[in-house]
Structures are given as structure tokens and as C-alpha cells.
Write a protein that binds this ligand. Structure first.
Ligand code: HEM
Ligand SMILES: [Cu+2]
Length: 632
């Protein structure tokens, strides 16, 4: 890699050229900078993670012992529906989006994403969609049909109230955000790579993100269609899912899981990508079998579209379909196993540094493997018929989603916090956070395997004593409380380190990729000069003597204008378009039918929202690109 040499008069190498840019709430409302949008996703998604976590703690408090009545059966339905929906769509997906936004342009040597304003739009649609679907729980009107919303339960006949309308419309809104972002990142990764950054030189996080964008673009249209059918059934009297009118409730299950299974890879592949960044850094060794790790990621993405009906072994598809989907599901274990093998081979004989980030990466390997093994167990239809809809399944997906996604994302936060904020998180608190999480996670979810094998169904709001479930539930609940403590330690470390953490410098971990070649936090324009890349580990290419003071790509304290770099200007229009879109959708449920408690559309609200959206979009598309010709 060739870079601008350190300017001789740099006094404090650690902060030289670091971001000093825009300040104030207006600059956040109008930002189109991928790094700031990444931080907005991070703060918002961590908030929703805590909301989802709180819902989980209330669920566990209710289930901590037999015959409890902390919450009603109806409110319990709302709690698990929103817990699942929040964790999947408002916490883990946006936490991954925080890393897509902050990291991808830095890893490929670009100054921003392909469509910065569209990027801002995605964030605001996510935020407004998240508020739209979350607020109802405070009025006990939240979605209550489970996170996969099976029909006919979610049709008007069985759910006449407004609850399911919030879920259907909320997910449609969030789908707009995910799809817009996916097209943005696909275009960015294909077109904006620095000279020499060939596909097989891309850092692994960018590779796995690349695969995920394809999954998003292919999977989200499927659930969008399923939701539109349900919206029509609920609002306009069609019968896509009503069997007595010639519809088919199983159509929903097929459509939901054709989206839903790729969705689990959308949730875990970014964490896999982060772990593939962390392990080489903290072993000071290249990733073992880089190309094989890339291909196994692609294969997981591809096979992920061929297994959906393993969620439906109990609906009576017949032996042929059961066999096919069982085999395809078992096949996926191979590329997943390859990844785990390559990670272990990377760590083997490495110069290991057990930082908090490294512990979370190793935590992912062990916990995800436990989840993967139980996944193989219920890929066999006879075993599945015993385990489906029991706590064995709840245990399984928490080992892959908490043990996988969340552990990987925590590792990524400790690793990239210095690049984002210029300061290090506190390692002592980090280690406490890790060990509390690791122990509490196993206390919470491992006993669920046994409760499930002993017949405890999921989604029951209470249970009778003496069925052999009491002890397992008591341990799980204790574990959940301890997880709550672990998350408080993390939040304290996160917030206090932003102000008081040790100054980090460009590359505190001696990591190998481009994002570590620029100051922390990076200047608005990222790279003073577009880097030229000659290998997969540009920072490790440098002469040994440069390691202490690597040639970082900076020019001290100059603004983009002074550097002659044209950066996209701030604008409020993406936010206004997003607001118009959400108001338009909200108009569908703006009034209530007193008889059924169901919702009714209010046309003027819909038109007002549409007018704001189209007006702002028009002005956005007509506004000139060059900053000086434009008044905000
Ligand atoms: C923070 C700690 C967590 C605890 C204590 C927890 C606990 C639980 C419990 C007890 C249930 C079963 C509710 C029931 O069937 O009645 C559940 C369901 C679920 N959890 Fe978690 N969970 C946690 C984190 C997560 C995370 C990180 C995810 C990631 C996506 C997640 C996703 C789900 C989903 C999708 C469901 C199914 C909801 C449904 O049946 O509709 N959970 N969780
Ligand atoms: Cu699946």
C-alpha cells in the first residue's frame, strides 16, 4: 500500500488528523456521512437491544416459577412477540447495519457509500419504523401473534384488534429501510473499491456483508409480498390466507420462511465477518484459508434459500418434502463447520492476545457450535416432531442468535470502538462484561434444552408445578437477571469510555486492514489520498520498522474543502421523505372501529404523508450535487 507519509510536524501522532467536524443536533439530523450514520444505527440499535432485553427479563420473571401472574396471558403474547420482533428487526439487523455503514467504505478505501442521501433515508425509516412498532406495547396494544405471525391467527377473523396491524405495517416500513440500504451497499462494494482492492483482497467483514446484501435483496421482497397479502386480507377483504374462501394459511408459512431462514443468516453472517477480522488481529496471523472462508460464506447464503420448510415438518408436507428439506438442512452444516475449523486453525499457534474483543470472538465459536449441533438434531424430521414448538427450539435459536450474533457484535464493538470514537473501552470492565455474559448466557439458555425435552411448550405464559420444569425455569430466570447485570456493565463502559477512555491512535491493535491506516476517529473524507492496495493485509505489508509508527493516511486538520475533496453536503430531505412515508402508512390505522376495536384508514392523513414524501423527494432529486450551488 502506498500512502501519504506522516507530515513531519505531526506532534501528537495519536490524534493527528482525527475527525473534528460537525457538531450539534442539526448536524446529526442532516448528516449523510456514512460514519455518523453508522453511529446513529449503533446508538439506536443498542437502545432497542435493551428494550428487547427488558421484555425478555419480564418474560423470565413470569416464568421463573409455576403459576405466576405477574402479567396476563394477553400481555405475555405481546411480550414474546415484541421481544422476538425487536431483537431480530430493531436490534441485531441494525447493529450489523451500524458496522456496514461505519466500516465498508473504510475497508475498501472509499470516501463514502455510493448513495449517501439514500443511506441517511434508510436510517430515518428504520428509526421511525422502530418507534411505530414499539410504542404500542406501552398501551398494551402491541402485536401479539408471535414473531412469525402465522395465519389464520393473524387474520381479522382471529385477531380483529389493531395489534397485528402495527406488526404488518411496521415490518413493511422496516423492509423499505433494509432494501434501500442493501442496494446502496451492493453498489458501493461493486463500484467504489480502491485501486488494487480486488474482490479476493477484500477484508472478510466486507465479504460477509456483501453476501448479506444479496440475501436482503432476495429475501425481503418475499416477506413484503406475504405482508401485502395479509394487509389486503385485513383491510380490503381479500382471502389469500382464508381456507374457507379458497385461500391457504400454509402459503403464509412458506412465504415467511422463504424469507425467514435466509434472515437467520442475515443475522449471523455479519458477526461471522467481524470474528474473521478479530481472530487474525489477536493471533497476529493471517486468516487460515481466506478463500475457503469466502466460499463457505457464499455457500451458506446460497443453501440458506433451500431449507425453509424445515420449519414446517409438523404441517404434514409428506415424506418426500420432509426428506429433501432435511438433507438440504444437514448440508448447510458443512460450510458452517468449515468456518469454525478455519477460525480454530487461525488461532492455533498464534501470538494470542486475550483482549475483551478476542474473548467475545472465542465465545462465539464455542456457543454458536452448541447452537449448530442442536440445529443438526432437529434437521431430522422424527426428532424435530418431538422438539418443534418446545423450549428445546428456544434454546437452539438463542445459542445461534445470542451465542452467535450478539457475541460477535460485542466483540466488534470492543474492537472498533477506538476507530469510531478515538478512545479505548475499559478492558477491565470489558472482561467483567464478557465473563458475566458467558456464564449468564449458559445459565439462561442451557436449561431450556431440558425443559423442552421434558415437553415444555414455548409461548405458554405459565405452567403447573411438578412437571419437572420448575428447577430449569428457576435457573433460566436467574441467568436472565445476571444477563441484565452484564448489559448494565457494558453500557456503563460504553458511555464512560466515550468521554474518559484512553486515547487510541490510528491502529491500537496492530490490525491489518485499511480502516486502521487512518486516524481515529477518521476525518470526514476518510483517506487524504485514495490508497493503492497490493495485498489482503495492507497494514502488515509495511516494513517491520514502521509497525510502531505506521505510515498513516492523513493530512493534519485540513477540511475537505482545503484538501480539494468534494464531499456530499448535509441535507434534511432524507429525514423528511422518511417521515412522510411513515405518516402515509400510519394513516391506514389512524382511526378505530369502536365495534371491533379494529383500525380504519383515514385518507387525509395518508394523502398528507404522501404529499410530504413526494414533495421532499422531488426537491431531493432536483437539488444540485455541488455544495456551493446549494442552500440547505
Ligand atoms: C437478552 C437475553 C434474552 C433472553 C433472556 C431471552 C429469553 C427468551 C424467552 C424466554 C423466549 C421464549 C418466550 C416464549 O416462548 O414464551 C424468547 C423468545 C424469543 N427470543 Fe429471546 N431472549 C434473549 C435474547 C434474545 C436475542 C438476542 C434474540 C435475537 C434475535 C432473541 C430472539 C428471540 C425470538 C425470535 C423469540 C421467539 C419469540 C416468539 O415466540 O415469537 N432473544 N426469548
Ligand atoms: Cu430455518
Amino acid at each position: 500500500m502506498t500512502t501519504a507519509a506522516i507530515t513531519p510536524h505531526v506532534t501528537d501522532y495519536k490524534t493527528a488528523g482525527a475527525y473534528t467536524g460537525q457538531k450539534g443536533i442539526w448536524s446529526w439530523l442532516t448528516t449523510v456521512d456514512h460514519k455518523r450514520i453508522g453511529k446513529l444505527y449503533l446508538f439506536t440499535a443498542l437502545f432497542f437491544f435493551m428494550v428487547g432485553g427488558l421484555e425478555a427479563v419480564v418474560i423470565r420473571a413470569q416464568l421463573g416459577g409455576p403459576n405466576r401472574s405477574l402479567v396476563s396471558a394477553e400481555f405475555y403474547n405481546q411480550l414474546f412477540t415484541m421481544h422476538g420482533t425487536t431483537m431480530v428487526f430493531l436490534a441485531i439487523m441494525p447493529l450489523s447495519a451500524a458496522f456496514f455503514n461505519f466500516l465498508i467504505p473504510l475497508q475498501i478505501g472509499a470516501r463514502d457509500v455510493a448513495f449517501p442521501r439514500l443511506n441517511a433515508f434508510s436510517y430515518w425509516v428504520y428509526l421511525f419504523g422502530g418507534i411505530f412498532i414499539t410504542v404500542p406495547i406501552f398501551f398494551a396494544l402491541a402485536p401479539n401473534g408471535g414473531w412469525f405471525g402465522y395465519t389464520p391467527l393473524t387474520t381479522k377473523a382471529y385477531s380483529p384488534g389493531i395489534n397485528i396491524d402495527f406488526w404488518v405495517i411496521g415490518l413493511l416500513i422496516l423492509g423499505v429501510s433494509s432494501l434501500a440500504a442493501a442496494f446502496n451497499f451492493l453498489t458501493t462494494i461493486i463500484n467504489l473499491r480502491a485501486p488494487g482492492m480486488t474482490l479476493m483482497r477484500m477484508p472478510m467483514f466486507t465479504w460477509m456483508s456483501f453476501v448479506v446484501q444479496f440475501l436482503l435483496v432476495l429475501a425481503f421482497p418475499v416477506i413484503t409480498i406475504a405482508l401485502v397479502f395479509l394487509l389486503f386480507d385485513r383491510f380490503f377483504g381479500t382471502n389469500f390466507y382464508t381456507v374457507t374462501a379458497g385461500g391457504d394459511p400454509l402459503l403464509w408459512q412458506h412465504l415467511f420462511w422463504i424469507f425467514g431462514h435466509p434472515e437467520v443468516y442475515i443475522l449471523v453472517l455479519p458477526a461471522f465477518g467481524l470474528v474473521s477480522e478479530l481472530l487474525p488481529t489477536y493471533s497476529q496471523k493471517p486468516l487460515f484459508g481466506y478463500a475457503v472462508v469466502v466460499y463457505s460464506g457464499i455457500l451458506i447464503g446460497f443453501l440458506g434459500f433451500g431449507v425453509w420448510a424445515h420449519h414446517m415438518f409438523a404441517v404434514g408436507m409428506g415424506p418426500v418434502a420432509d426428506t429433501v428439506f432435511s438433507l438440504t438442512t444437514m448440508l448447510i452444516a458443512i460450510p458452517t463447520g468449515v468456518k469454525i475449523f478455519n477460525w480454530i486453525a487461525t488461532v492455533a499457534q498464534g501470538k494470542l492476545k486475550f483482549t475483551t474483543a478476542m474473548l467475545f470472538a472465542l465465545g462465539l465459536i464455542s456457543l454458536f457450535t452448541i447452537g449448530g449441533i442442536s440445529g443438526i438434531m432437529h434437521s431430522s424430521p422424527p426428532a424435530n416432531l418431538q422438539q418443534t414448538d418446545t423450549y428445546f427450539i428456544v434454546a437452539h435459536f438463542h445459542y445461534v442468535l445470542f451465542g452467535g450474533s450478539i457475541m460477535g457484535i460485542f466483540g466488534g464493538i470492543y474492537h472498533y470502538f477506538p476507530k469510531m470514537f478515538g478512545r479505548l473501552m475499559h478492558e477491565g470492565l470489558g472482561k467483567i462484561h464478557f465473563w458475566l455474559t458467558f456464564i449468564a448466557m449458559n445459565l439462561t439458555f442451557f436449561p431450556m434444552h431440558y425443559a423442552g425435552l421434558l415437553g415444555m411448550p414455548r409461548r405458554i405464559y405459565t405452567y403447573d408445578a411438578n412437571q419437572g420444569w420448575d428447577l430449569f425455569n428457576a435457573i433460566s430466570t436467574g441467568g436472565a437477571y445476571l444477563l441484565g447485570v452484564a448489559i448494565i456493565v457494558f453500557i456503563w463502559n460504553f458511555l464512560s469510555s466515550m468521554k474518559r477512555g484512553a486515547i487510541a491512535g490510528p491502529n491500537p491493535w496492530n490490525a491489518p486492514t485499511l480502516e486502521w491506516s487512518i486516524p481515529s476517529p477518521p476525518p470526514e473524507y476518510n483517506f487524504a489520498q485514495t490508497p493503492e492496495v497490493h495485498s489482503r493485509y495492507p497494514m502488515w505489508d509495511q516494513r517491520a520498522s514502521d509497525v510502531d509508527h505506521p505510515k498513516v493516511n492523513l493530512t493534519e486538520g485540513k477540511s475537505p474543502e482545503q484538501m480539494g475533496i468534494i464531499m456530499p453536503y448535509n441535507t434534511i430531505k432524507p429525514l423528511v421523505v422518511a417521515l412522510g412515508l411513515v405518516v402515509m402508512f400510519s394513516g391506514l390505522i389512524a382511526s378505530r372501529d369502536p365495534a371491533t376495536g379494529g383500525s380504519k384508514p383515514v385518507l387525509w392523513v395518508m394523502f398528507a404523508g404522501a404529499a410530504v414524501m413526494i414533495g421532499a423527494l422531488y426537491s431531493w432529486l432536483l437539488s444540485p450535487l455541488e455544495p456551493e450551488h446549494h442552500a440547505h
